[in-house]
Design a protein around this ligand. Sequence first.
Ligand code: 1HN
Length: 352
Amino acid sequence: MDTAPQLGTSAELPADYRARLADLHVLPAWTLLRAVMPVGAAVQKAVAFHWPYARLREELLRAGDLVPVEKAERRVLALINPGLNPDSLATLPSIFFGLQLIRPGERAPNHKHIPAAVRVILEGSGAYTTVEGEKLAMEPGDLILTPPNHWHDHGHEGRTPMIWMDVLDHPLAVPLDISYVTPGKLATFGENTLDAGDTAYRCAGVAPYRPLGHKPPDYPLRRYRWSRVREALAALAEANDPTTPVHLRYINPETGDTAIRTLDFSARELRPGESVAIRRSSANRMFLTLEGEGVIAINGAEHACAHGDAVAVPTYASVTLTNAAARAPWRLLQVDDTPTQTKLGFYEEPAV
Ligand code: 1HN
């Protein structure tokens, strides 16, 4: 165990000296050092938490009756971590999750914002997101990207309520004093092309031809169709050795980098009876169940998850995923902040 000297407190300083420092807007750092950098273990405010979809869904549909979309801009119920300040609208220190409802015929107006947003569709069909002129259909399980400062709106041409999980990185942008939105016109952006990325990147390993050295577009693929990802997971579940976990990352098909720069999105499949232990690390992690059922054990406490359930895993936790079902696979989405932590040089996997 590290030993560190006991540091002086502000109470030990003469009152007139403290007042003079306060007047100059300075503080004796040694009295606060351990609060921002405790010895040996970080202060953890966020806690492990489980949001059951069945209960949230009911309240979200009620919001549809109570609040017209014009009054909400986005009709979203935010998943607030019990350990964090609710004003920060954060599910983990770096990740926001919120459930959004759009009813048939409604439009959520065009806007763009500094934080990136990724939609994970949970139920309904017939709705779309338009991202800078590309009209992206939304089907259950799909991932839809709205990268930083890209115009986007949502509309619904179907007949039943459309619900998706919004994943945003604004908890990273807010403390930097750079998070804002630019409102746009209600009309969708110019000429809409239908799922252009899905056509251009239909085949893994092949990309639209351009002279070598020419820069590819940023965020070239904005809709990752669940039907294709699901097929890839199922194929790997068949082919992989049973001791090799089935885990696929959502990538930028031009660069191989993560789909957005701040957060990593990946899909897992656990075969019937399979259990996967995840390395302890400094990552903040969310899990969202897409198909089947499974148990997430966080530091030994078990959370039984069904379709649409979201679970927050705080830093340094030990996590085990278990599919106890006899026949059905458990397919879930993982979202974590490892891209940010890695780029900043903060990421670590502590020994034991
Ligand atoms: C937002 O702009 C969207 O664009 C969704 O659909 C959820 C939650 C907090 C702040 C802005 C959207 C949001 C949001």
